[in-house]
Design a protein around this ligand. Structure first.
Ligand SMILES: CC(C)(COP(=O)(O)OP(=O)(O)OC[C@H]1O[C@@H](n2cnc3c(N)ncnc32)[C@H](O)[C@@H]1OP(=O)(O)O)[C@@H](O)C(=O)NCCC(=O)NCCS
Length: 164
């Protein structure tokens, strides 16, 4: 991808950038990400920028000082080898590879930290994210239920990934 996009882990002082990102998301993008027609950021918005970088991680894509995309994982406290993943890219930057880059970096990081299974819920008609899942996680199982795919994918450990 030859774009002026850089990626880095999220920081607590990204909160104002997240507010501005929220204002640039279309209702459809919000609905696709949160599975609900939210009109304002989630009540626990601080949680989005405050992560421990071990059990919870988020990577941001930055263009010109503004956050244009976020990919995050939340590991299960009961089973830290499993992590739930979510991603969003603002409308103006969709379709040019930002989501793929964020998810590729996030899954690599998760695998190196010991995550062995990724899970996500994606709307079954969300062609873009389904394409992303199929490409980045070829071993993923997509189980349909009520218009949503429950995605579960094995994640190879660093040794297996290096040997592949
Ligand atoms: C899903 C999302 C994160 C993808 O990010 P993106 O930056 O737009 O995606 P990319 O440009 O990296 O493209 C991802 C794949 O979708 C494909 N794609 C792009 N536009 C597409 C379209 N209109 N229809 C189908 N596939 C499309 C690309 O070809 C690419 O596949 P490839 O890797 O095989 O080439 C982004 O569209 C988004 O934020 N959507 C709303 C929120 C959401 O749906 N989140 C997922 C649920 S948590």
């Amino acid at each position: 991808m030859d774009l002026p996009v850089t990626t880095r882990p999220v920081r607590p002082d990204d909160a104002p950038l997240f507010c501005r990102l929220w204002d640039r998301l279309s209702p459809e993008t919000v609905y696709r990400r949160f599975h609900a027609p939210l009109r304002s950021p989630p009540a626990d918005a601080r949680r989005l920028v405050e992560v421990d970088h071990v059990l919870r991680e988020a990577l941001v894509a930055v263009v010109g000082g503004e956050v244009v995309g976020v990919a995050r994982y939340d590991r299960s406290p009961a089973d830290p080898t499993t992590a739930d993943v979510a991603v969003v890219v603002e409308d103006a930057w969709q379709g040019v590879g930002v989501g793929r880059q964020l998810l590729a970096e996030l899954t690599d990081l998760a695998g190196r930290r010991g995550v062995r299974t990724l899970s996500a819920d994606v709307q079954a008609d969300n062609d873009r994210v389904v394409a992303l899942v199929r490409r980045l996680l070829p071993g993923a199982a997509l189980t349909p239920a009520h218009g949503v795919y429950a995605v579960r994918s094995p994640l190879p450990g660093p040794a297996a990934a290096a040997a592949a």
